[in-house]
Design a protein around this ligand. Structure first.
Ligand code: FAD
Ligand code: SF4
Ligand code: SF4
Length: 477
């Protein structure tokens, strides 16, 4: 009888790829996990119990066919595993690296309920497509036939690029406009290399241009070209501009020198790692070396800032968050990594103001968690008389992002927006009330996740293709 290749979770422990020690990884911006070796990937994939109703799949925003590609990996059918994986995910090697798997696919993996660690789904997904790149299985897109319709996409982040990929596969003429000099959005300039090395993103950008997608970079829509001009040049337009307006802090001294925005800080660091000249880094303004750094916030952006500051050689790095660890929005995995790397967390601590003309300290109020608010989260309340000053000569504000005012910036009073300023669009298609205008990713959802932007981009591309096909049918009748 053939040997059962799967269900090994009873005898094989969960094991992640080797993680470099904190001392070693703090010296560079390379990813912290080594790649899986073949035998290890096969072993870990073989732990899957091949559930008839796979909760991992329903917890993945892309509904990836996880049990099947785990089976194919475990049984050495890696090229088939790659084909299946890429059929539902435009950037599997990116999601495998940066999805918060504990809250998504792995959070739904049932073998954890029976006391065994979850299958390492993300690490296997990364292994499959990294191997596909190495073996040359990932190829530029060659559509079966070219189509006459064209789509303009504003924003070359994961949402815009996922839509570009799907549309190009169907032969549509695609132009992506972006104000940055490199495509990738936050994959390129937000997320640091220790979570996502940049050659992984650049390879995807190259693949799209080799597939015939036109990238118009250094093109700020609203300044270098108007929204109306883009709308006039294409049969459909997708807005995929993300959210970039940083939430700010008030209080005395909030405008002091040395208090900087998280995204400015992370972008400077990422640019430096590309080899670009970054005057704000060279002047010391966006450089943590030798400084006492305080990062304010408890989300993924704050975690990326504290860990970047460690790598830049800060004297000390502290993170202030107004709730406790259990209630922070950032991934627990990244918080653990930050702690291992030497970051100190000051939970239940909120800034009240700042000392010094050039910042010297953060005036901190201690908090406790009170009654739940309307969303069910416990609201932080000030503990009177417990204030203190935390020394700091670089303060990084990582308090979240809001949408820019596109109606004003683009002179589009009819563009439908919500009361939060996000673009109002149908969730399953991205369609807005403006004819032929769609929107996807963070600009619709508010600050979210890469995997959701990919999902939106793919859904929107599908809806546009249906619309084009329907118009053709009508024209032929
Ligand atoms: P973006 O990636 O923001 O791309 C938007 C693009 O539009 C940009 O390239 C921008 O230049 C361009 N653009 C904007 N306005 C214009 C204009 N007027 N003209 C031309 N171009 C324009 N998610 C995860 O899943 N895992 C993580 O680990 C993670 N870490 C994160 C860390 C940080 C620091 C940040 C800030 C976010 C992180 N996220 C993470 C969230 C994730 O990056 C976003 O949800 C995702 O990138 C949204 O994709 P998008 O395509 O909607 O927008
Ligand atoms: Fe898990 Fe993200 Fe991959 Fe889905 S895309 S399987 S959530 S890592
Ligand atoms: Fe395999 Fe876990 Fe998914 Fe079940 S839930 S199919 S065990 S990965």
């Amino acid at each position: 009888m053939a040997k059962q290749p799967m269900l090994k979770f009873v005898t094989v422990e969960r094991d992640m790829p080797e993680k470099r020690s904190a001392e070693v990884r703090n010296e560079d911006f390379l990813e912290i996990y080594a790649p899986f070796i073949k035998a290890k990937a096969e072993e870990q994939a073989s732990r899957c119990s091949q559930c008839g109703v796979p909760y991992c799949q329903s917890h993945c925003p892309l509904h990836n066919n996880i049990p099947d590609w785990l089976n194919m990996t475990a049984t050495g059918r890696l090229e088939e595993a790659y084909e299946l994986s890429q059929a539902t995910n435009t950037f599997p090697e990116i999601c495998g690296r940066i999805c918060p798997q504990d809250r998504l696919c792995e959070g739904g993996c049932v073998i954890e309920n029976s006391g065994h660690g979850t299958v390492t789904i993300g690490a296997v997904e990364k292994y499959i497509t990294d191997t596909a790149w190495e073996k040359g299985w990932v190829k530029p897109i060659t559509p079966l036939a070219e189509r006459a319709e064209s789509v303009g996409i504003i924003g070359a982040g994961p949402g815009g690029l996922a839509a570009a990929d799907m549309l190009r596969r169907a032969g549509v003429q695609v132009t992506v406009y972006d104000r940055y000099d490199r495509a990738g959005g936050l994959l390129t300039y937000g997320i640091p290399g220790f979570k996502l090395e940049k050659d992984v993103v650049m390879k995807r950008n190259d693949q799209l241009t080799e597939s015939g997608v036109t990238l118009k970079l250094n093109c700020n829509v609203g300044e270098d070209i108007s929204f109306d001009d883009i709308r006039g040049a294409h049969d459909a337009v997708i807005i995929a501009t993300g959210v970039y307006k940083s939430r700010d802090l008030g209080g005395p001294g909030a405008g002091a020198k040395g208090i900087v925005k998280a995204l400015d800080y992370l972008t400077a660091s990422n640019r430096l790692n590309f080899g670009d000249t970054v005057p704000e880094f060279e002047s010391g303004e966006l450089n943590a070396a030798g400084k006492k750094v305080v990062v304010i916030g408890g989300g993924d952006t704050a975690m990326d800032c504290v860990r970047t500051a460690i790598r830049q050689g800060a004297e000390s790095v502290k993170c202030l968050y107004r709730r406790d660890r259990a209630n922070m929005p950032g991934s627990q995995r990244e918080t653990n990594n930050a702690e291992e790397e030497g970051v100190i967390f000051e939970w239940l601590s909120a800034p009240k103001g700042f000392t010094g003309d050039a910042v010297e300290g953060v005036m901190v109020q201690k908090m406790r968690l009170g009654a739940p608010d309307a969303s069910g989260r416990q609201s932080p309340e000030v503990i009177e008389g417990a204030d203190y000053v935390e020394e700091a000569d670089l303060v990084i504000k990582a308090l979240g992002f809001e949408p820019e005012d596109l109606q004003t910036l683009w002179n589009q009073p009819d563009l439908p927006v919500t009361r939060w300023g996000t673009v109002k669009a149908e969730f399953t298609t991205g369609a807005t009330d403006l004819e032929g205008v769609y929107a996807v990713g963070d600009i619709v959802r508010g600050a979210s996740l890469v995997v959701w932007a990919i999902r939106d981009g793919r859904d929107c591309a599908e809806a546009i293709l249906k619309k084009f096909d329907a118009a053709k049918t009508v024209a032929a009748e």
